[in-house]
Design a protein around this ligand. Structure first.
Ligand code: DGP
Length: 115
């Protein structure tokens, strides 16, 4: 099994890649929910946050540091941004390959819809 994100990472599916190193690949979301909407994805296929192990501690930290760096590059570090990781059905995860959403460029709405 190979996720759509793995295909993007391997260059088999086109995407607007803004950053890549030996651990993560970052590209613009195909369906942006904000003026800046990037995805920070581990090159290694990890399905969800639930599947992170002790061995991934440095990788998880790296994802956050790359997100911070990309916010700076995109010019939204000072105005602010939101990082989101969805997990499974109730979290609204559609692609089962771990990713951090980096959203910014305008005021975000409430964190979640209350009902
Ligand atoms: P999530 O719901 O957290 O699993 O978010 C998945 C995001 O991935 C969603 O905002 C749309 C984006 N996405 C899905 N398929 C593709 C694709 O083929 N290319 C790009 N660039 N983004 C995609």
């Amino acid at each position: 099994m190979s996720t759509i994100f793995s295909k993007i990472i391997r260059g088999e599916v086109p995407a607007d890649i803004v950053y890549q190193d030996d651990r993560v690949t970052c590209f613009r979301d195909i369906n942006p929910a904000a003026p800046v909407h990037l995805l920070i994805v581990p090159n290694k296929e990890i399905a969800t946050v639930n599947d992170l192990g002790e061995q991934d501690e440095r990788l998880a930290g790296h994802m956050l540091l790359v997100a911070k760096e990309l916010a700076e590059r995109e010019g939204i570090a000072q105005s602010g941004y939101r990082l989101i990781i969805n997990c499974n059905r109730d979290g609204g995860q559609e692609v089962h390959h771990l990713h951090v959403h980096l959203l910014g460029g305008h005021r975000m709405g409430p964190m979640v819809l209350r009902r």
